[in-house]
Design a protein around this ligand. Structure first.
Ligand SMILES: [Zn+2]
Ligand SMILES: [Zn+2]
Length: 354
């Protein structure tokens, strides 16, 4: 909360004394407390950060005298402030379990008028568990934690082999199609190299399930650890994937499309009937392979989106460490295929900007 009294005092003094100027640098007022303005202090907007972040607190002071500043912490795990008397102070956000609110109060005095104070809260978010999951994303995906959010960026080009790379093999990743999987006559036009995109997803570090689910749309609904966008189970507006389209997919359940190479089915280069982390869905929840690390087998408590709350290889194993995540569902589509993420979102989806 900012205390706005400087202008009011200034106006009042101007009226009483007929002064035409008022404010900093008016040294003639310094010797006369009757014309002295009380300071104002603004500690800035509340902040949301992650454990380990360096957090800066700055108080903005207005006064016509020299002021002193004093910071103190009034709530939360005690942190080590770089100074208690500087205008800008910093500290390292502590390790927390879940999220924790720290509160700081700054007091500003000009030794003449009553002291003024302002407070600021800093919410510290846990990253320890998710941090190890983020490390499972390959070199093709940039993962940056930004306060209480995490930002994923990927070009849509995979870090694995595919018969959708240009056969001149400049990528070094071209491989002939497996005729048991891909019917070349059904392949989509366009090599992977022909698409230049940057897919960006900004999601909360600690996503929460929404009160109601929401449908996925066409285009990217998530980003895989390989750098490739995850698409849902449709190939057009209200057009479910047809066998004819699937027969043109490579062994990763992927093909090229209007925007990018993308997955529709279980991508064998990432996961093949196992517990591997597959990617992140637009609502911030992680997507794993068909098996769950908590049991090593196919989960039997999945919701309609393939989600459940349990331990994973990226969480602790103590009570309370469980987290909500999705799995590729172990249900055959058209008798032979595993859809990657037919949806719906169980959290609040964020846009995946291209
Ligand atoms: Zn497609
Ligand atoms: Zn699971």
């Amino acid at each position: 909360m900012q205390i706005h009294n400087f202008r009011t005092n200034c106006l009042l003094i101007s009226l009483l004394l007929g002064l035409t100027a008022c404010g900093g640098g008016n040294s003639s007022a310094d010797d006369d407390s009757s014309t002295d303005s009380a300071p104002t202090a603004d500690a800035g907007s509340d902040q949301s950060v992650a454990s380990g972040d360096t957090v800066e607190l700055t108080v903005t002071v207005t006064d016509d005298k020299t002021t002193t500043v004093s910071w103190s912490q009034t709530a939360g795990t005690t942190v080590d402030l770089s100074s208690t008397t500087d205008v800008t102070v910093s500290f390292t956000a502590p390790t927390v379990d879940g999220a924790q609110t720290l509160e700081f109060v700054v007091t500003v005095s000009d030794s003449v008028n009553p002291e003024v104070t302002d407070s600021i809260t800093v919410t510290v978010n846990e990253i320890a568990e998710l941090g190890s999951a983020f490390e499972a994303f390959g070199d093709n995906v940039s993962v940056v934690i930004d306060g209480s959010e995490v930002v994923f960026e990927a070009t849509g080009r995979p870090d694995h082999r595919s018969c959708y790379w240009n056969p001149d093999n400049a990528s070094g990743l071209y491989v002939d199609c497996d005729p048991d999987i891909t019917q070349t006559a059904q392949m989509s036009p366009g090599f992977i190299e022909e698409y230049n995109n940057l897919f960006t997803l900004r999601a909360p570090l600690n996503p929460e399930q929404a009160t109601s689910s929401s449908a996925t749309g066409l285009g990217a609904v998530g980003i895989a650890t390989s750098g490739v966008p995850i698409f849902n189970d449709q190939e057009g507006p209200n057009i479910d994937l047809e066998l004819r389209v699937i027969q043109g997919f490579d062994r990763n359940g992927a093909h090229t499309g209007p925007q990018t190479y993308h997955y529709h089915l279980e991508p064998k280069a990432i996961t093949n009937d196992d517990i591997e982390l597959v990617g992140i869905i637009a609502d911030g929840f992680l997507l794993y392979g068909r098996r769950c690390d908590s049991t090593g087998s196919y989960p039997e408590d999945l919701d309609a989106s393939g989600g459940h709350v349990s331990f994973t290889q990226h969480t602790g194993s103590q009570d309370g460490d469980e987290s909500y995540h999705y799995h590729i569902m172990n249900d055959l589509y058209l008798g032979a295929y595993y859809l990657m993420f037919p949806g719906d979102y169980q959290g609040t989806p964020n846009s995946i900007g291209g």
